[in-house]
Ligand binder design. Structure first.
Ligand code: NDP
Length: 505
C-alpha cells in the first residue's frame, strides 16, 4: 500500500496523516445548506457526519436538510426564476454555463482530491470526473442557443411551437460520481432555463457544497440550491414537492420506483437513471491482452461503483482460459490502497454499509456454488484494515438466475460465463431486469454491430468501456430508467412544449 519496508501500523498512520492534512486543505468553508445564494443552517439545527471511507474518520458535519428546508429552497428557486433567471437571454445563460465550466477546470486538482476524500475513489479517476463535469456545462452551454422553435403557416392560422422551461426542478443524485452527477443534472436544467433544488447523497455531500462556493459569484442567487440530507427526509421532500415541476433522479431502481410513484400524485414529469447489470461479450478473434484490459476497466473502474459497470462477462470458450488467467494476473497487479495516491487503482468502497452489502452478495454466491477465481473478501492486509476495501473478485460457475448475477452489487465483482452458442449467450445477456449498457469486444465490425443490436440496453460500447461523451445520449432500457442524459434530447427533458395558434382571420 505504501512503502513496503514500513509496518502496517506505520502505513496506516501515514495514510491517516495524509488524509488529515488533505482535509484541512480541502474541506469547503461552508457545510450548511445552500439556499437562495446563502449558506444557512438546517431549520431543525440538525447535522449529519460525512465519513472518509479510507480511514473511517469523520470529515465534516453537514447541515441535515429536511422538508422545511426543501420548502425554503423551492421558494428561493421560484423567486430566482420569476425575478431573474427567466429574464436572462439565451446568450447570458450560455455565459453563466461557460463560466461554471471554466471555474471547475480551474479547480480540477482540488475538487478531485476532495471527491477522493469523501468518496474513496482513486484521485486519478476523480480527475476524469471533474473534467467531465466541466465538459457537461460546456456542452449544454453550446446547446442553449439551439432553441429556435418552429413556425407553421396553416391556411388561416399561423402556428408557433416554442420550448419553455419548467421553472423549478428537483434533482436527487447518488454517491458514486458526486460532482459529475451534479453536473449531469444541473447543466441541462440551467441550460433549459430552470432553477434547481438538488440533493446530494448523504455519503458524499462535500463536492456539491464546494461547487456552490465556487459558483456563488457566477450563478444568480437561488438558481442553484443544494440541500444535503437523508433520502427519506430531504430526498422525498424534493421529489414529492407540489411546486417542483420536474424531477430527475439517479440511484437505485428500488428508490427510482418510489420516486416515480410519488411524482404520480402531482403528475410531475420524471427522468430516472437507475441500476444496471451490464453484459460484456468477448469474441474469440480478439487478442487476450485487449480483452483483459477492457474487461478489467469495465468492472473495476471506480471500485465497481458504476451503474454501467460491465459486471457479467460472457467470454467465448476458445479464449476463456487465457482471458481468465489474464484477468487473475491483472488483478494481482492492481494497486489497492490510498485513493489520494496517484498510483492507486482501486480505493475503498464509499461506506461500511456498502462493504457489507457487497460481502452479503459474495456470501450468497458462495452458497450458490460459485467458484472464486480471485478475491471474494476484504483484503487480507492490515494496512487496509481501517478502510472500506473489498478485493477485486472473479466468480465462475454461478447459475445465471442467482442473486449475485441478477442484482446490482455495485462493487468490484465480476460473474463469468463461457459461451459457444451465440443465441444462448444473447438470451442470457438479456435475461436480467436491467438494460443500461453493454460491451462488445471483437475486431469483426459486422459481428460487433450485430451484437450491439442484439443486446437490450441503452448504450453499447464496442472495444471500449465507460467513455461517455457529451452528445452521445446515455440512459436505460427496461428497469434501468427513463429518459436520456448527455445528449441534445436531454434538453427536451427540461423544457415543455407550448403551441401558439394564431388565427389570421
Ligand atoms: P439510493 O437509490 O437509496 O440513493 C440515491 C439517492 O437517492 C441518494 O441521494 C439518496 O439519499 C436518495 N434517496 C434515498 N431514498 C429516497 C427516497 N425515498 N426519495 C428520494 N430520494 C431518496 O441508493 P443507495 O445509496 O442506498 O445505494 C443502494 C444501492 O443502489 C447501491 O448499492 C447500488 O446498487 C444502487 N445505486 C445505484 C446507482 C446508480 O447510479 N445506478 C447509484 C447509487 C446507488 P441518501 O443518500 O440520503 O440515502
Amino acid at each position: 500500500m505504501s512503502s513496503e519496508s514500513e509496518s502496517p501500523t506505520d502505513q496506516l498512520s501515514d495514510v491517516r496523516e495524509r488524509h488529515q492534512q488533505a482535509a484541512q486543505e480541502l474541506l469547503p468553508e461552508h457545510t450548511d445548506l445552500y439556499i437562495g445564494g446563502e449558506f444557512v443552517a438546517a431549520d431543525s439545527g440538525e447535522t449529519f457526519d460525512t465519513v472518509d471511507p479510507t480511514t473511517g474518520d469523520v470529515l465534516a458535519s453537514v447541515a441535515r436538510g429536511d422538508a422545511a428546508d426543501v420548502d425554503a429552497a423551492v421558494d428561493a428557486a421560484w423567486t430566482a426564476f420569476d425575478e431573474t433567471w427567466s429574464n436572462y437571454s439565451a446568450g447570458r445563460r450560455q455565459r453563466v454555463l461557460t463560466d461554471i465550466a471554466d471555474t471547475i477546470e480551474d479547480h480540477v486538482d482540488e475538487l478531485a482530491r476532495l471527491e477522493s476524500l469523501d468518496n474513496g475513489k482513486p484521485v486519478s479517476e476523480a480527475k476524469i470526473d471533474v473534467r467531465g463535469a466541466a465538459e457537461q456545462f460546456r456542452y449544454f452551454a453550446g446547446l442553449v442557443r439551439e432553441n429556435p422553435g418552429e413556425t407553421m403557416n396553416a391556411g388561416s392560422r399561423y402556428g408557433q411551437v416554442i420550448k419553455e422551461p419548467y421553472g423549478v426542478v428537483g434533482q436527487v443524485i447518488p454517491w458514486n460520481f458526486p460532482l459529475l452527477m451534479a453536473s449531469w443534472k444541473l447543466a441541462p436544467a440551467l441550460a433549459g432555463g430552470n432553477c434547481s433544488v438538488l440533493k446530494p447523497a448523504e455519503e458524499t455531500p462535500l463536492s456539491a457544497l464546494r461547487f456552490a462556493e465556487l459558483v456563488d459569484d457566477i450563478v444568480p442567487d437561488g438558481v442553484v440550491n443544494i440541500v444535503p440530507g437523508y433520502g427519506e427526509e430531504a430526498g422525498t421532500a424534493v421529489t414529492g414537492h407540489p411546486d417542483v415541476r420536474k424531477v430527475a433522479f439517479t440511484g437505485s431502481t428500488a428508490v427510482g420506483k418510489q420516486v416515480m410513484k410519488s411524482a404520480a400524485d402531482t403528475v410531475t414529469d420524471v427522468t430516472l437513471e437507475l441500476g444496471g447489470k451490464s453484459p460484456i461479450v468477448v469474441f474469440p478473434d480478439v487478442s487476450v491482452g485487449k480483452a483483459v484490459a477492457l474487461v478489467k476497466s469495465a468492472i473495476f473502474y471506480n471500485t465497481g461503483e458504476c451503474c454501467e459497470a460491465g459486471s457479467r462477462l460472457f467470454v467465448h470458450e476458445d479464449v476463456a482460459d487465457d482471458v481468465l488467467d489474464g484477468l487473475v494476473a491483472a488483478i494481482d497487479d492492481m494497486t489497492i490502497g490510498d485513493p489520494l495516491r496517484e498510483e492507486t487503482d482501486l480505493g475503498p468502497k464509499v461506506s461500511a454499509e456498502q462493504v457489507d452489502r457487497t460481502l452479503d452478495y459474495l456470501e450468497k454466491a458462495r452458497d450458490d456454488g460459485g467458484q472464486f477465481l480471485a478475491g471474494g473478501d476484504r483484503p487480507d492486509d492490515e494496512a487496509l484494515s481501517a478502510g472500506c476495501y473489498v478485493e477485486p473478485t472473479l466468480i465462475e460457475g454461478l447459475d445465471h438466475d442467482s442473486d449475485a448475477v441478477q442484482e446490482e452489487i455495485f462493487g468490484p465483482v465480476l460473474s463469468v460465463f463461457r459461451w459457444d452458442d451465440y443465441d444462448e449467450m444473447i438470451r442470457l445477456a438479456n435475461d436480467v431486469e436491467y438494460g443500461l449498457a453493454g460491451g462488445v469486444i471483437t475486431d469483426d465490425i459486422t459481428q460487433a454491430n450485430t451484437t450491439a443490436r442484439d443486446i437490450e440496453a441503452g448504450y453499447i460500447w464496442i472495444n471500449s468501456y465507460h467513455d461517455l461523451v457529451p452528445g452521445l445520449p446515455f440512459g436505460g432500457y427496461k428497469q434501468s430508467g427513463i429518459g436520456r442524459e448527455l445528449g441534445s434530447e436531454t434538453l427536451d427533458h427540461y423544457q415543455q412544449t407550448k403551441t401558439i395558434n394564431l388565427s389570421l382571420r
